[in-house]
Design a protein around this ligand. Structure first.
Ligand code: NAP
Length: 251
Protein backbone atom coordinates (compact mmCIF):
# COMPACT_ATOMS: atom_id res chain seq x y z
CA UNK A 1 0.00 0.00 0.00
CA UNK A 2 1.14 3.52 -0.80
CA UNK A 3 2.84 5.53 1.96
CA UNK A 4 1.23 8.70 0.71
CA UNK A 5 -1.14 10.22 3.26
CA UNK A 6 -3.60 13.05 2.66
CA UNK A 7 -4.82 15.08 5.62
CA UNK A 8 -7.74 17.42 4.98
CA UNK A 9 -7.75 20.15 7.60
CA UNK A 10 -4.04 19.42 8.06
CA UNK A 11 -2.94 23.02 8.46
CA UNK A 12 -4.05 23.50 12.07
CA UNK A 13 -5.24 21.73 15.22
CA UNK A 14 -5.93 18.00 15.15
CA UNK A 15 -5.16 17.64 11.43
CA UNK A 16 -1.76 19.28 11.86
CA UNK A 17 -0.87 16.91 14.71
CA UNK A 18 -1.92 13.95 12.54
CA UNK A 19 0.17 15.24 9.61
CA UNK A 20 3.19 15.61 11.91
CA UNK A 21 2.86 12.10 13.36
CA UNK A 22 2.44 10.53 9.91
CA UNK A 23 5.51 12.41 8.68
CA UNK A 24 7.46 11.20 11.73
CA UNK A 25 6.46 7.65 10.78
CA UNK A 26 7.95 8.13 7.33
CA UNK A 27 4.86 8.95 5.30
CA UNK A 28 4.84 11.54 2.56
CA UNK A 29 2.02 13.88 3.59
CA UNK A 30 -0.27 16.12 1.58
CA UNK A 31 -1.58 18.90 3.83
CA UNK A 32 -4.88 20.35 2.60
CA UNK A 33 -6.88 23.36 3.81
CA UNK A 34 -8.54 26.43 2.32
CA UNK A 35 -5.73 28.71 3.44
CA UNK A 36 -2.86 27.82 1.09
CA UNK A 37 -0.21 29.81 2.99
CA UNK A 38 -0.96 28.10 6.29
CA UNK A 39 -1.04 24.66 4.64
CA UNK A 40 2.32 25.46 3.07
CA UNK A 41 3.76 26.68 6.37
CA UNK A 42 2.64 23.48 8.10
CA UNK A 43 3.97 21.21 5.34
CA UNK A 44 7.31 23.01 5.49
CA UNK A 45 7.73 22.23 9.20
CA UNK A 46 6.98 18.51 8.94
CA UNK A 47 9.88 16.11 9.47
CA UNK A 48 11.17 14.53 6.26
CA UNK A 49 11.05 15.76 2.71
CA UNK A 50 8.70 16.09 -0.25
CA UNK A 51 5.58 16.96 1.72
CA UNK A 52 2.99 18.84 -0.29
CA UNK A 53 0.49 21.59 0.53
CA UNK A 54 -2.71 22.16 -1.43
CA UNK A 55 -5.60 24.54 -1.10
CA UNK A 56 -9.09 23.05 -1.32
CA UNK A 57 -12.52 23.77 0.10
CA UNK A 58 -13.91 20.30 0.92
CA UNK A 59 -17.47 21.52 0.57
CA UNK A 60 -16.94 22.13 -3.16
CA UNK A 61 -17.04 19.04 -5.33
CA UNK A 62 -15.00 20.46 -8.21
CA UNK A 63 -12.23 21.59 -5.87
CA UNK A 64 -12.08 18.12 -4.28
CA UNK A 65 -11.92 16.48 -7.72
CA UNK A 66 -9.16 18.81 -8.86
CA UNK A 67 -7.20 18.24 -5.66
CA UNK A 68 -7.20 14.46 -6.11
CA UNK A 69 -6.24 14.79 -9.78
CA UNK A 70 -3.29 16.93 -8.73
CA UNK A 71 -2.30 14.46 -6.01
CA UNK A 72 -2.55 11.46 -8.36
CA UNK A 73 -0.50 13.24 -11.04
CA UNK A 74 2.25 14.65 -8.85
CA UNK A 75 2.43 12.21 -5.90
CA UNK A 76 0.71 8.95 -6.93
CA UNK A 77 -1.92 6.86 -5.16
CA UNK A 78 -3.22 7.67 -1.70
CA UNK A 79 -2.70 5.08 1.07
CA UNK A 80 -4.18 6.92 4.05
CA UNK A 81 -6.90 9.59 4.05
CA UNK A 82 -7.72 11.60 7.16
CA UNK A 83 -10.73 13.90 7.14
CA UNK A 84 -10.07 16.49 9.84
CA UNK A 85 -11.48 19.54 8.03
CA UNK A 86 -14.37 20.88 10.03
CA UNK A 87 -16.14 23.98 11.27
CA UNK A 88 -18.64 24.83 13.98
CA UNK A 89 -21.15 27.66 14.06
CA UNK A 90 -22.69 26.94 17.40
CA UNK A 91 -25.94 28.42 18.63
CA UNK A 92 -29.42 27.44 19.64
CA UNK A 93 -31.36 26.12 16.64
CA UNK A 94 -33.80 29.04 16.65
CA UNK A 95 -30.88 31.45 16.34
CA UNK A 96 -29.06 29.53 13.60
CA UNK A 97 -29.33 30.88 10.06
CA UNK A 98 -30.11 28.35 7.32
CA UNK A 99 -26.99 29.31 5.35
CA UNK A 100 -24.86 28.52 8.41
CA UNK A 101 -26.62 25.13 8.64
CA UNK A 102 -25.72 24.47 5.01
CA UNK A 103 -22.10 25.44 5.40
CA UNK A 104 -21.63 23.24 8.51
CA UNK A 105 -23.29 20.25 6.84
CA UNK A 106 -21.43 20.78 3.57
CA UNK A 107 -18.05 21.09 5.25
CA UNK A 108 -18.32 18.47 7.98
CA UNK A 109 -20.47 15.82 6.30
CA UNK A 110 -20.63 16.31 2.54
CA UNK A 111 -16.93 17.27 2.50
CA UNK A 112 -15.85 13.92 3.95
CA UNK A 113 -18.16 12.07 1.55
CA UNK A 114 -16.57 13.87 -1.39
CA UNK A 115 -12.98 13.24 -0.30
CA UNK A 116 -13.70 9.55 0.45
CA UNK A 117 -15.35 9.13 -2.94
CA UNK A 118 -12.41 10.70 -4.73
CA UNK A 119 -9.78 8.77 -2.72
CA UNK A 120 -11.52 5.43 -3.27
CA UNK A 121 -10.81 5.50 -7.00
CA UNK A 122 -7.23 4.39 -6.35
CA UNK A 123 -7.77 2.74 -2.96
CA UNK A 124 -10.18 0.18 -4.41
CA UNK A 125 -7.37 -1.36 -6.44
CA UNK A 126 -4.49 -0.85 -4.02
CA UNK A 127 -6.05 -0.89 -0.56
CA UNK A 128 -6.02 1.90 1.96
CA UNK A 129 -7.38 3.27 5.21
CA UNK A 130 -9.58 6.24 6.03
CA UNK A 131 -10.22 7.97 9.34
CA UNK A 132 -13.04 10.49 9.55
CA UNK A 133 -13.05 12.85 12.51
CA UNK A 134 -16.47 12.96 14.15
CA UNK A 135 -17.22 14.23 17.63
CA UNK A 136 -18.54 13.01 20.95
CA UNK A 137 -21.25 15.64 20.36
CA UNK A 138 -22.41 13.65 17.33
CA UNK A 139 -22.92 10.61 19.55
CA UNK A 140 -24.46 12.25 22.61
CA UNK A 141 -25.89 15.60 21.47
CA UNK A 142 -25.27 18.97 23.12
CA UNK A 143 -27.50 22.00 23.58
CA UNK A 144 -26.35 24.81 21.29
CA UNK A 145 -24.78 22.39 18.82
CA UNK A 146 -27.76 20.83 16.99
CA UNK A 147 -26.41 21.36 13.49
CA UNK A 148 -22.82 20.48 14.32
CA UNK A 149 -24.05 17.39 16.16
CA UNK A 150 -26.16 16.35 13.16
CA UNK A 151 -23.19 16.72 10.83
CA UNK A 152 -21.04 14.50 13.07
CA UNK A 153 -23.82 11.94 13.69
CA UNK A 154 -24.20 11.72 9.91
CA UNK A 155 -20.50 10.96 9.65
CA UNK A 156 -20.98 7.96 11.95
CA UNK A 157 -23.62 6.38 9.69
CA UNK A 158 -21.58 7.24 6.63
CA UNK A 159 -18.43 5.69 8.07
CA UNK A 160 -20.09 2.48 9.25
CA UNK A 161 -21.84 2.03 5.87
CA UNK A 162 -18.84 2.84 3.71
CA UNK A 163 -16.72 0.42 5.74
CA UNK A 164 -19.13 -2.36 4.73
CA UNK A 165 -19.09 -1.28 1.07
CA UNK A 166 -15.32 -1.35 0.64
CA UNK A 167 -14.04 -3.97 3.12
CA UNK A 168 -13.76 -6.64 0.44
CA UNK A 169 -11.34 -4.38 -1.44
CA UNK A 170 -9.00 -4.08 1.55
CA UNK A 171 -10.06 -0.53 2.39
CA UNK A 172 -10.83 0.23 6.04
CA UNK A 173 -12.92 3.18 7.23
CA UNK A 174 -13.23 4.28 10.86
CA UNK A 175 -14.52 7.24 12.82
CA UNK A 176 -12.62 8.92 15.60
CA UNK A 177 -14.79 10.97 17.94
CA UNK A 178 -12.84 13.49 20.04
CA UNK A 179 -14.18 15.21 23.13
CA UNK A 180 -12.85 18.67 23.98
CA UNK A 181 -9.45 19.17 22.40
CA UNK A 182 -7.32 22.28 22.77
CA UNK A 183 -7.38 23.85 19.28
CA UNK A 184 -8.59 27.05 17.59
CA UNK A 185 -12.06 25.47 17.47
CA UNK A 186 -12.38 25.38 21.27
CA UNK A 187 -10.48 28.60 21.96
CA UNK A 188 -13.65 30.60 22.71
CA UNK A 189 -15.60 27.78 24.31
CA UNK A 190 -18.25 28.55 26.85
CA UNK A 191 -19.30 31.78 25.20
CA UNK A 192 -21.38 30.37 22.40
CA UNK A 193 -25.00 29.53 22.10
CA UNK A 194 -25.96 28.42 25.55
CA UNK A 195 -26.94 30.30 28.69
CA UNK A 196 -23.39 31.40 29.27
CA UNK A 197 -23.35 34.73 27.41
CA UNK A 198 -22.48 36.56 30.60
CA UNK A 199 -19.67 34.24 31.63
CA UNK A 200 -16.07 34.92 30.69
CA UNK A 201 -14.15 32.32 28.69
CA UNK A 202 -11.65 32.10 31.52
CA UNK A 203 -14.41 31.09 33.93
CA UNK A 204 -16.15 28.76 31.48
CA UNK A 205 -13.19 26.53 30.60
CA UNK A 206 -12.47 25.28 34.14
CA UNK A 207 -16.20 24.58 34.43
CA UNK A 208 -16.06 22.42 31.28
CA UNK A 209 -12.93 20.69 32.54
CA UNK A 210 -14.80 19.65 35.68
CA UNK A 211 -17.20 17.71 33.43
CA UNK A 212 -14.33 15.68 31.96
CA UNK A 213 -13.38 12.68 34.13
CA UNK A 214 -9.69 13.09 33.27
CA UNK A 215 -10.03 16.72 34.35
CA UNK A 216 -8.59 18.51 31.32
CA UNK A 217 -8.99 19.16 27.61
CA UNK A 218 -7.13 16.77 25.32
CA UNK A 219 -4.18 17.80 23.17
CA UNK A 220 -4.20 17.41 19.37
CA UNK A 221 -1.20 15.08 19.65
CA UNK A 222 -3.24 12.73 21.86
CA UNK A 223 -5.91 12.51 19.16
CA UNK A 224 -3.26 11.97 16.50
CA UNK A 225 -1.95 8.88 18.34
CA UNK A 226 -5.42 7.34 18.17
CA UNK A 227 -5.83 8.27 14.49
CA UNK A 228 -2.56 6.51 13.71
CA UNK A 229 -3.75 3.45 15.67
CA UNK A 230 -6.90 3.24 13.53
CA UNK A 231 -5.00 3.79 10.29
CA UNK A 232 -2.47 1.08 11.10
CA UNK A 233 -4.74 -1.57 12.66
CA UNK A 234 -5.34 -4.12 9.90
CA UNK A 235 -8.42 -5.79 11.45
CA UNK A 236 -10.44 -2.76 12.57
CA UNK A 237 -13.07 -1.26 10.30
CA UNK A 238 -16.47 0.40 10.68
CA UNK A 239 -15.72 1.39 14.28
CA UNK A 240 -16.08 4.53 16.35
CA UNK A 241 -13.26 5.32 18.76
CA UNK A 242 -13.86 7.96 21.42
CA UNK A 243 -10.92 10.06 22.54
CA UNK A 244 -12.54 12.24 25.15
CA UNK A 245 -10.97 11.86 28.58
CA UNK A 246 -13.99 9.82 29.70
CA UNK A 247 -16.44 12.59 28.81
CA UNK A 248 -19.07 10.34 27.21
CA UNK A 249 -19.71 8.85 30.61
CA UNK A 250 -20.42 12.26 32.06
CA UNK A 251 -22.45 14.07 29.38
P1 NAP B 1 -9.30 23.77 13.80
O1 NAP B 1 -8.11 23.93 14.65
O2 NAP B 1 -10.27 24.89 13.64
O3 NAP B 1 -8.82 23.28 12.34
C1 NAP B 1 -9.74 23.04 11.34
C2 NAP B 1 -9.01 22.64 10.08
O4 NAP B 1 -9.99 22.39 9.06
C3 NAP B 1 -8.11 23.74 9.55
O5 NAP B 1 -7.00 23.14 8.92
C4 NAP B 1 -8.98 24.43 8.53
O6 NAP B 1 -8.20 25.15 7.58
C5 NAP B 1 -9.71 23.23 7.92
N1 NAP B 1 -10.95 23.53 7.25
C6 NAP B 1 -12.06 24.12 7.77
N2 NAP B 1 -13.01 24.25 6.82
C7 NAP B 1 -12.50 23.71 5.68
C8 NAP B 1 -12.99 23.54 4.37
N3 NAP B 1 -14.21 23.94 4.00
N4 NAP B 1 -12.19 22.95 3.46
C9 NAP B 1 -10.95 22.52 3.79
N5 NAP B 1 -10.42 22.66 5.02
C10 NAP B 1 -11.18 23.25 5.95
O7 NAP B 1 -10.21 22.55 14.29
P2 NAP B 1 -9.83 21.22 15.09
O8 NAP B 1 -10.25 21.42 16.49
O9 NAP B 1 -8.46 20.77 14.77
O10 NAP B 1 -10.90 20.23 14.44
C11 NAP B 1 -10.54 19.21 13.51
C12 NAP B 1 -11.72 18.27 13.39
O11 NAP B 1 -12.00 17.69 14.67
C13 NAP B 1 -13.02 18.96 12.97
O12 NAP B 1 -13.76 18.11 12.14
C14 NAP B 1 -13.76 19.14 14.29
O13 NAP B 1 -15.15 19.20 14.09
C15 NAP B 1 -13.34 17.88 15.01
N6 NAP B 1 -13.48 17.97 16.46
C16 NAP B 1 -12.76 18.88 17.18
C17 NAP B 1 -12.92 18.92 18.55
C18 NAP B 1 -12.17 19.89 19.44
O14 NAP B 1 -12.44 19.93 20.64
N7 NAP B 1 -11.23 20.67 18.92
C19 NAP B 1 -13.80 18.03 19.19
C20 NAP B 1 -14.49 17.12 18.41
C21 NAP B 1 -14.32 17.09 17.06
P3 NAP B 1 -8.81 26.40 6.75
O15 NAP B 1 -9.63 27.21 7.71
O16 NAP B 1 -7.63 27.11 6.19
O17 NAP B 1 -9.62 25.79 5.66
Amino acid sequence: MSRLSVVFGGSRGIGRAVARLLAQKGHRVVVVSRNAELAQATAATLPGEDHVALSCDVSKEQEVQKTFETIQKSCGSVGYLVNAAGINKDGLLLRTRPDDMVSVLHTNLLGSMLTCRAALRSMLTQGGAIVNIGSVVGLKGNAGQCVYSASKAGLEGFTRSLAKEVASRNVRVNLLAPGFIRTDMTAGLGLRGQQQEAASAAAAVPDMERRIPLGRFGEPEEVAQAVLFLLESPYITGQVLLVDGGLQLAM
